[in-house]
Ligand binder design. Structure first.
Ligand SMILES: [Zn+2]
Length: 251
């Protein structure tokens, strides 16, 4: 990632190239899920990643000991849209091209920007992780994020997931989905959910996320899970301490 952003920097600012190259700074390891760039080292890879090590509201967490709340979760207003399927070196991500709608949370609008996947799931319920987890990332006008998490388990095939996995680039790069996709096809019918305040689960681990995770999983074709794992065998951050946070459960 570091190398990619460095190259992107060169492309954007050719005049900076000489300076950057002259410094000949040793490049540290890029972040990943094992070895020198693994999760236990994220906080020291870059000053900007410090929250990964010292944050007290980090994600993912074990969903356990929830407090029942008489409240409603995000009100969904997604719509079918065009997507670009991106292999960014860390996951397969679907970038919204245009307008895919969004959600309302307590009257505040958040626009759906992208969704992506982790294997195994990052969150756990009572200590149990599932095969995969989808994250639907929404951005509010103030830059705060609202992420909807969906557990994926092997079972009956999900056409939307099969379609996007068939288009997913095996190496870094992107591919336009040929048909518009309705992201709602990846949501469970039952909408009971867990809610807590947390962070991005990847560097810089910024603590700006309103997490909403559906309790019921969605089944997808086991072969599609295998196809994902053939590209990313393991891209889940370890569970983080809940510390002094409330976990809410809503029906
Ligand atoms: Zn994620």
């Amino acid at each position: 990632m570091k190398r990619r952003s460095f190259l992107a920097g060169l492309a954007l600012c050719p005049i900076c190239a000489g300076t950057a190259l002259a410094q000949d700074a040793p490049m540290g390891p890029s972040w990943g899920y094992e070895g020198a760039g693994g999760p236990e080292h994220w906080g020291s890879l870059e000053k900007a990643y410090e929250a990964c090590a010292i944050g007290a509201q980090q994600s993912p967490v074990n969903l356990q000991g929830a407090v029942r709340a008489e409240a409603t979760g995000p009100l969904l207003g997604w719509k079918p849209a065009s997507f670009k399927v991106v292999n960014n070196g860390h996951t397969i991500q679907l970038d919204v091209e245009g307008d895919a709608g969004g959600v309302l949370m307590n009257g505040k609008p958040y626009a759906l920007r992208q969704f992506h996947f982790h294997a195994p799931s990052e969150h756990a319920i009572d200590g149990q992780r599932t095969a995969m987890e989808a994250h639907f990332v929404h951005v509010g006008e103030d830059g705060k994020l609202l992420v909807i998490g969906v557990f994926l388990v092997p079972g009956e095939a999900n056409d939307a997931f099969s379609t996007l996995m068939a288009a997913a680039p095996k190496k870094q790069g992107s591919e336009a989905l040929k048909q518009p996709m309705d992201p709602s096809a990846l949501l469970p019918k039952k909408r009971a959910l867990y809610r807590y305040e947390g962070s991005l689960t990847t560097p810089p681990c910024a603590e700006v996320v309103d997490w909403n995770i559906y309790a019921a999983p969605v089944s997808v074709d086991a072969q599609d899970i295998e196809a994902f794992r053939a590209i990313f065998p393991m891209n889940a951050r370890p569970l983080q301490a809940m510390n002094r946070r409330f976990l809410l459960q809503m029906q």
